[in-house]
Every structure is written in structure tokens, then in C-alpha cells.
Design a protein around this ligand. Structure first.
Ligand SMILES: [Fe+2]
Length: 182
């Protein structure tokens, strides 16, 4: 298991998460590994690779998807679901998670706002809907772990302004990001 001694190793963390995802209590195990990992967020920030892309898939198979996510200042990710348990562990900056709920007939309403600071872990159920942005005036960085294969699962995007549910794909994603900036 990852210990907070010596250098932080992203490879070790990925290995630990892969093993945890196969356990019966995967949800609790993944949360606990991530809580231990970001307990000292600077320790992660100092030794984690400087990834070129904002979203990097570190590992994916049928049981788990492990991502490194960077949220640039001023950009926000449109509301979406995951259709699997998602665990967010922030080690730099802070993520503003706006939680939404379905209000029937395709409508969607804002429920609450959760600030996930460096050192915090947020776990979301399979049907949770959130939109995400950096809550600080610099980039936010986090490890996101999903208990399933996120790139192939059927999931949804939400146009929260017009109450429209859309299939999650690249085109719809870009459409929502552009509308948000307009
Ligand atoms: Fe998400």
C-alpha cells in the first residue's frame, strides 16, 4: 500500500487502486487509499509527473478507470453523470463541484455546491450529476477514479440552461463547452 514515506509514486498508486477495485468493498477501499494519498497534498504535487494534457487516462480496464485531471482556471466541465462510482481526490488548488438533480420531464436543477480542496476526497454515486471547475485562480489538479470503464459506458451530458439531456459524446461535449463560453 502507498505509504507517505520517500517519493510519491504514481505507478504505485495506480497499482494499489487496480487491486482495490477488484475487492468486494472496492468503493470504501478506493476512498481510503485516495484519502491517505492526498492527506499531504504537497507530497503528491512535488513528485507527480507534469502531464501535458488536462485529462490523462493513467489506466483503464473493465473494473477501474484512473485519470489525472487538471481544471484550468476559468474553464468548466459541463454537467454529466458517470454511471459508476466516482472518487475525486484533489492535491492542488480546489475543485468547485456543482451537484444537479433531475426535476422530472428532462429538467435539471442545481442541488448544492461542494468545494473539494487540496487534501479532500469526494465520492459520488453512479447517478450523481455534477459540473466542475477550478475554484482557485490557478489550475486545480486531482486524481479521479471510476469503478468501471468510463470511456465506453453509456452516460449523459446535461444542458442545464435549457433542461436538455444529451448522449455523452465528443460533439455534445464541445457544444456545451462552447455555449458556456458564448
Ligand atoms: Fe465527472
Amino acid at each position: 500500500m502507498t505509504e507517505q514515506q520517500g517519493e510519491f509514486s504514481i505507478d504505485q498508486l495506480v497499482d494499489d487502486l487496480k487491486k482495490a477495485a477488484l475487492l468486494e468493498d472496492a468503493k470504501a477501499q478506493v476512498k481510503s487509499i485516495l484519502e491517505r494519498t492526498v492527506k499531504n497534498p504537497e507530497w503528491v504535487g512535488i513528485s507527480i509527473p507534469d502531464y501535458a494534457d488536462d485529462d490523462v487516462i493513467l489506466f483503464e480496464d473493465d473494473s477501474v478507470s484512473i485519470w489525472h485531471c487538471r481544471f484550468q482556471m476559468g474553464l468548466s466541465v459541463p454537467a454529466h453523470d458517470h454511471q459508476m462510482v466516482a472518487t475525486i481526490a484533489v492535491y492542488q488548488g480546489a475543485e468547485r463541484n456543482v451537484m444537479w438533480f433531475s426535476s422530472g420531464a428532462g429538467g435539471i436543477k442545481q442541488k448544492t455546491e461542494i468545494l473539494v480542496n487540496a487534501g479532500d476526497v469526494l465520492q459520488l454515486g453512479p447517478n450523481a450529476i455534477h459540473s466542475v471547475s477550478s475554484a482557485v485562480d490557478f489550475d486545480s489538479c486531482a486524481i479521479h477514479v471510476y469503478l468501471g470503464k468510463l470511456t465506453t459506458v453509456e452516460r449523459s451530458l446535461f444542458d442545464t440552461k435549457n433542461g436538455i439531456v444529451m448522449h455523452y459524446d465528443g460533439d455534445n461535449y464541445q457544444r456545451l463547452v462552447s455555449a458556456d463560453r458564448a
